[in-house]
Ligand binder design. Structure first.
Ligand SMILES: CC(=O)[C@@H](O)[C@H](O)COP(=O)(O)O
Ligand SMILES: NCC(=O)COP(=O)(O)O
Length: 256
């Protein structure tokens, strides 16, 4: 696990296990087991295990989070909405990291980042509550200067930049623009003293330009790894993603 940021040999890889649970829940059975996936991901090189306890429990369930916490050798990054229920669960389970994310009931996936300025006091209070429970707080936000400055005001030590627009870009020009927004956002975050993570929609085909950014400390990736695992096996899917990240970061460092 890399301890320093930025400019480590690779960003940390947070493997998101949500969609292992999606597959389990589709049949109402107890397999595939997200706990087994988490432990195997750690053995294959994951630095962090990320899981999103959605309010509607569409994939990860409370029991998964509770059972996994004492088993992990790395870190648990629990993603949750900014609600009293979720904050109470997080404080009881005490993951090392909590990432606060916006949720909409009908969305297929997380559509955007937190609107921090509009709920500054509520977010500040949540950050204080989590910090008092010994939890490091991350805010999932769009790579937007206004949001990054607002995040700094909450005293949360970490931000995670939403890479969804980058991942969904329709052409090379659009992708380059989105990459530039993320690079500038990461630079600003680090300048403000924040740890800067990124994630959402990243895939084997688009991860390297993001992993190359020296200011990015951690990438959280799930759906692509679960999907690729169908063809190459779970551990190989994790190893391949980590290898792409290391290669991209090393190449960028060599060029610098
Ligand atoms: C915040 C984030 O990007 C992930 O938690 C992602 O949202 C998980 O997958 P779903 O959005 O499909 O639940
Ligand atoms: N925070 C982003 C994340 O955990 C991974 O999301 P995805 O790779 O499943 O889109």
């Amino acid at each position: 696990m890399s301890l320093l940021f930025p400019s480590a040999v690779s960003p940390d890889l947070g493997v998101n296990i949500d969609h292992v649970a999606t597959l389990r829940n589709a049949r109402g059975v107890n397999y595939p087991d997200p706990l087994q996936a988490a432990l195997a991901a750690e053995a294959a090189g994951a630095d962090v295990i990320t899981l999103h306890l959605r309010e509607d429990r569409r994939h990860i369930r409370d029991a998964d989070v509770r059972a996994l916490r004492p088993l992990l050798q790395t870190r648990m990054n629990l993603e949750c909405a900014l609600t009293p229920e979720m904050l109470a669960i997080a404080c009881a389970i005490q993951p090392q990291d909590v990432c606060l994310v916006p949720e909409k009931r009908q969305e297929l996936t997380t559509e955007g980042g937190l609107e921090i300025a509009g709920q500054l006091n509520q977010i500040k209070t949540a950050c204080r509550q989590l910090a008092e429970a010994g939890i490091r707080v991350s805010l999932f936000i769009d790579p937007d200067a206004t949001q990054i400055h607002a995040a700094r005001e909450t005293l949360a030590p970490v931000i995670e930049l939403h890479t969804g627009r980058y991942a969904a870009a329709c052409n090379a020009d659009e992708r380059a623009l989105e990459l530039e927004r993320i690079a500038r956002g990461a630079e600003l975050g680090v300048a403000l003293g924040l740890k800067v993570n990124a994630g959402h929609g990243l895939h084997y085909s688009n991860v390297q330009p993001i992993a190359a950014l020296a200011n990015i400390a951690e990438l959280n990736i799930g759906h692509a790894i679960v999907s690729h695992a169908l063809f190459v096996g779970w551990e190989n899917a994790v190893r391949e993603m980590k290898a792409l990240m290391v290669t991209a970061r090393l190449a960028a460092q060599t060029q610098a």
